[in-house]
Design a protein around this ligand. Structure first.
Ligand code: FES
Ligand SMILES: [Fe+2]
Length: 347
């Protein structure tokens, strides 16, 4: 198991990165990240080249990092600018840095081949910028589970009836088939549940009482971002795919950072088309998501534990797994093709 390197990953919410050294791990690499005095974010390998002390254990001297062991000092480009007690600084004393872009309150880090980052787009959806939508940043959920397990859960409408019975699912959806579109770059899985009782989430907000039509569209962006468009509308309105925005529509966005083989951070947020500017509604939605995501965490960590401790490693696949199968296949092909490119560039 490896990671796709040529991609923009989330290093943190903007609010997590301050004018202070912070140690993070992305794709199993230790990184020190900080905001300089002008507010720009920088990320460097978290290892002093001298005796390997993590630079995050040092201190910021202005915009430079002073190592906490013998005081070697590096600027934000990773160049050594001071060796206490000697004048000459070896040119080789340079620390690898990672390109960073900050957008929509999210700090993105490029983990791949340095020359390629300009060719890759950062995840974006129109609702981040268009009017008529309330964008609300949630929290960071730490999961002891491989990112593939977590991402697969985010292209899987079928689990909600069983895992989230009080919030996102109820028994009326159990036997409704899941549909897929895997023809494009984004893997899509969805289903509609017509003329049935509302789920707990929508009973709480906006407070549906009668039967509704509801939908769950899961969009999985490689390598590890998911958008779940879900909503409900009174069944009498008879909406279809095209005009579902007439109902209460919520996008749950999951920005997954693979931390290590068995650790993933899911930074989640939500965007809605109703109750704009209403903080209390945002908090209510947060609290329902927190219940649901804690349920996912329990399942995904238990699954990881089984994978780690059992002899039988092969999953059995059923019809609902189409999105997950395609996802895992594409990830493994991309990892192989990056490995091939690396060999070629070194030959
Ligand atoms: S380990 Fe950093 S200065 Fe010695
Ligand atoms: Fe879930």
């Amino acid at each position: 198991m490896e990671f796709i390197r040529n991609a923009w990953y989330v290093a943190g919410w903007s609010s997590e990165i301050s004018n202070d050294l912070r140690a993070i791990k992305v794709l199993d690499e230790k990184i020190v990240i900080y905001r300089n005095s002008k507010g720009k974010v920088f990320a460097l390998e978290d290892r002093c080249p001298h005796r390997f002390l993590p630079l995050s254990m040092g201190k910021l001297m202005g915009d430079n990092i002073e190592c906490g062991y013998h005081g070697l000092t590096f600027n934000c480009e990773g160049n050594c600018i001071r060796i206490p007690s000697q004048k000459k600084i070896q040119k080789t004393l340079k620390i690898p840095t990672f390109p960073i872009i900050e957008r929509h309150g999210i700090v993105w880090i490029w983990m791949g081949e340095k020359t390629l980052f300009k060719n890759y787009k950062i995840f974006d959806i129109p609702q981040f910028s268009e009017s008529g939508w309330e964008v609300h940043q949630g929290e960071a959920l730490y999961l002891n589970s491989n990112y593939l397990n977590v991402a697969e859960n985010l292209v899987d409408p079928a689990h909600v009836s069983f895992v989230h019975p009080t919030t996102l699912g109820n028994p009326s959806s159990e036997d409704v088939p899941v549909e897929f579109d895997t023809s494009g770059e984004v893997i899509i899985a969805w289903r509609w549940i017509r003329n049935s009782p509302p789920i707990g989430f929508f009973k709480e907000f906006p407070g549906y009482k009668n039967n509704v039509d509801r939908w769950h569209y899961y969009y999985l962006y490689l390598p590890s971002i998911a958008v779940i468009d879900f909503g409900s509308i009174d069944s009498k309105e008879e909406v279809n795919e095209k005009n579902r925005h007439l109902g209460t529509q919520i996008f749950a966005i999951h920005l997954l950072t693979p931390v290590s083989k068995n650790q993933t951070i899911d930074r989640w947020m939500h965007i809605r088309n109703v109750a704009l500017g209403d903080e209390l509604v945002s908090e209510k939605i947060d609290s329902m998501f927190k219940i649901a995501f804690a349920e996912d965490k329990k399942i995904l960590e238990a699954i990881q534990n089984q994978i780690d401790t059992q002899h039988k490693k092969n999953f059995v696949h059923i019809g609902i797994d189409k999105g997950a199968i395609i996802y895992r296949k594409r990830i493994s092909e991309l990892i192989k093709s990056e490995a091939r490119d690396k060999i070629l560039s070194h030959s």
